[in-house]
Design a protein around this ligand. Structure first.
Ligand code: ATP
Ligand code: MG
Length: 578
């Protein structure tokens, strides 16, 4: 491709509304443009990258036996009402009413549609297993679109849905997708961590996330020092700390703490520290009231809490409920003498404390000398000692220290079981003629996120450094001057390389060398061939890898062969094992 014939509008200035590197570079390198909050237009070079990613994903899905069968982007709301997800998805679900007054959904994901399809098309165990997939647009009315295409409202997703007859078959479908994902991310040149997306405590290996570790990620990955386990922060289990040795203290003593509500303020006032504090949060779950009790320096983990309640909806109690069960203004709740039927969920770390300071269930008062197990129960009908907090620096899991890292979720595989098939009637007849719901799995990959993650992982202050498999072109040919011989040689190199099947961008623009080099760095094609007057006089051209500082002079006669070899070597680094 001649540079002058394509459209790569590079930008010098860092765009003001682009917070992170990948977003800035995607604009600056002329790959995309913002249309509105969370929606982007792709320009030709950017689209080439996306096409390559989609092609890798498509090849690996096909190879794993999945069948491409796309469904509409606009889906009938009735399907979503049947699974209740019209409500669960809340305002994130894009919807509109058509001219006939029917409500439609702009698909954020497509479990409903594929299950509906399966309910019509799959009748017998003989048709199973089957796995349908598509690569197309999704819409999510994200509360806070940000970081460019990492969290946009419209994005391209590969989503696959498997239908199986039994657990063993589902395990096999799941494993195939898991392996295909490893190959996809390897081939796209991404470093990734596989995160257990279902807590180990729950005994589930029912979901894994593929996460690219990088400083700008929105997710926090927690992993054991021996790398045997990794989770999202929301899922990371922690060991209970060892029980602190008992201390002799008198009964709880109420202290007047007027207007002192926050943990920090109480610590300051009572000359204590957050780990010595017992924090009590009141939640409601259906008609049940819960007091969740964690150490002052710990945070309640909403995901763990939901899991402890069997997946039911749980939320922070309103002020009226808090006042009713504590008999005090909001901010003074404590575990001692709550009124009414309240279930205590006591975090392990609180149960391990010898003594602490807690809210007094009396406005403007705290209690000193609160001894867990003495002053409030650690066992009984309405008490559970559990792991309900966020893992933190210093915690361990099965004795292994926990480490923390930020990351970007690029894909997820999920065993759904019969959740959707029962609701939407995707049944099949088994060998004995019995009707059974299909077992399902769903598998998503964020195509645009792969693109942005690759840039987050691989760039320098001058621009992008593409992995060759997803680079818009493989080689940049840059004539450093405008002398006729230089230009003619550049064209010949371009043609020789193209004839060898190498994808070349030839910078045929009549511009100063410096400007072209800046654009070349920004665009980040993996191999650069520079043709200059001086080296040409010696019969040489210069070859440089974008990721390395070294330049090499190569005889003009062997330049095309040498570059083609380099391109193949770079590609070989990114092939997945057979
Ligand atoms: P997140 O937790 O980041 O919101 P998710 O877990 O809701 O993502 P999935 O439903 O698992 O997303 O969707 C599959 C894949 O689609 C994700 O792994 C991610 O790569 C991509 N994806 C999801 N939401 C967005 C978005 N708003 N913008 C770009 N890609 C997205
Ligand atoms: Mg996900």
């Amino acid at each position: 491709m001649r540079y002058s014939k394509t459209f790569i509008p590079t930008v010098k200035e860092v765009p003001a509304d682009a917070e992170i590197t990948s977003h800035q570079l995607m604009i600056r390198a002329g790959l995309m443009r913002k249309i509105a909050s969370g929606t982007y237009a792709y320009l030709p070079a950017g689209w080439r990258v996306l096409r390559k990613i989609m092609e890798i994903v498509r090849e690996e899905m096909d190879r794993a036996g999945a069948l491409e069968a796309p469904v509409p982007m606009v889906q009938p709301m009735e399907l979503w009402q049947q699974t209740g997800r019209d409500i669960d998805y809340g305002e994130t679900l894009g919807r509109f009413k058509d001219r006939h007054g029917r409500w439609n959904v702009l698909t954020p994901t497509a479990e409903e549609t594929y299950t509906y399809l399966a309910s019509r098309e799959l009748q017998s165990y003989k048709q199973l297993p089957v796995n349908f997939y598509q690569i197309n647009l999704k819409y999510r009315d994200e509360f806070r679109p940000r970081f460019g295409v990492l969290r946009s409202r419209e994005f391209i997703m590969k989503d696959a849905y498997s239908f199986d007859a039994d657990e063993a078959m589902l395990d096999e479908s799941y494993r195939k997708m898991y392996d295909a994902y490893c190959r996809v991310f390897k081939r796209c040149g991404l470093e990734y961590v596989i995160v257990e997306a279902e807590s180990g405590e729950m005994g589930g290996s029912g979901s894994h996330q593929f996460t690219v570790p990088c400083a700008n990620g929105e997710d926090v990955i927690v992993y054991t020092e021996d790398n045997a386990h990794a989770w999202n922060l929301e899922k990371a289990p922690v060991d209970p700390p060892p029980k602190a040795p008992a201390v002799e203290v008198g009964p709880p003593e109420a202290v007047h703490t007027p207007g002192v509500g926050t943990i920090e303020a109480v610590c300051e006032f009572l000359k204590t520290t957050p780990p010595q504090m017992i924090k009590t949060l009141i939640y409601t779950c259906e008609d049940q009231v819960l007091a969740v009790i964690v150490r002052g320096d710990h945070e309640v983990n909403g995901e763990k809490l939901t899991q402890l309640l069997g997946g039911r909806h749980v939320e922070l109690a309103d002020a009226a409920t808090i006042e009713k069960v504590t008999g005090a203004a909001v901010g003074f709740a404590g575990p001692v003498a709550l009124t009414g039927p309240v279930t205590l969920l006591v975090d392990h770390a609180v149960a391990a404390m010898a003594v602490g300071v807690a809210g007094a269930n009396k406005t403007d008062y705290h209690l000193r000398n609160v001894v867990p197990g003495r002053d409030f129960p650690l066992e009984g009908d309405h008490v559970r000692v559990v792991d309900v907090r966020m893992a933190a620096e210093g915690d361990t899991y099965r004795g292994q220290p926990l480490r923390f890292r930020r990351g970007i979720e690029v894909g997820q595989v999920f065993k759904l079981g019969t959740k959707y098939s029962t609701k939407l009637g995707a049944m099949f007849l088994d060998e004995d003629g019995r009707q059974k719901p299909c077992l399902m799995g769903c598998y998503g990959i964020g195509i645009n996120r792969i693109m942005a993650s690759a840039i987050e992982l691989s760039h320098d202050e001058d621009g992008i450094i593409w992995p060759i498999s997803i680079a818009p072109w493989e080689v940049m040919v840059t004539p450093a001057g405008s002398e006729a011989e230089v230009v003619a040689t550049a064209e010949r190199v371009y043609e020789d390389l193209s004839a060898r099947g190498v994808e070349v961008l030839w910078d045929d623009r009549d511009l100063r060398g410096g400007v072209k080099f800046k654009d070349a760095d920004l665009l980040g094609l993996p191999v650069r061939v520079t043709i200059g007057k001086k080296s040409l006089a010696e019969g040489h051209v210069e070859i440089k890898l974008r990721r390395e500082a070294d330049r090499r002079a190569v005889p003009l006669a062997s330049a095309a062969d040498e570059v083609a070899r380099l391109v193949n070597d770079l590609k070989a680094e990114l092939t997945a094992e057979a």
